[in-house]
Design a binder for this molecule. Structure first.
Ligand SMILES: [Zn+2]
Length: 72
């Protein structure tokens, strides 16, 4: 199976955190650029594994979603 397609299908079957742990070892995977704004001013309860920062959860991460969609 195509690895990229497999990654995209995982996105819909698993939680974003599970997917991230699986796809980060893939050769096509790229980490997001770090968020630039001050972390102390953001909601510390929201943490995105993809950005490795706070402001939203991994499940809300549009960058991760867009990244996966762009792999097709
Ligand atoms: Zn994110």
């Amino acid at each position: 199976m195509n690895e990229v397609r497999e990654g995209r299908e995982m996105y819909f079957k698993n939680s974003p955190s599970q997917i991230l742990s699986k796809i980060q070892g893939q050769p096509w995977f790229r980490w997001s650029a770090p968020m630039q704004s001050d972390e102390s001013k953001r909601d510390q309860n929201l943490r995105c594994d993809y950005h490795n920062g706070v402001d939203h959860t991994t499940g809300q991460c549009r960058f991760l979603q867009t990244f996966l969609e762009n792999q097709i």
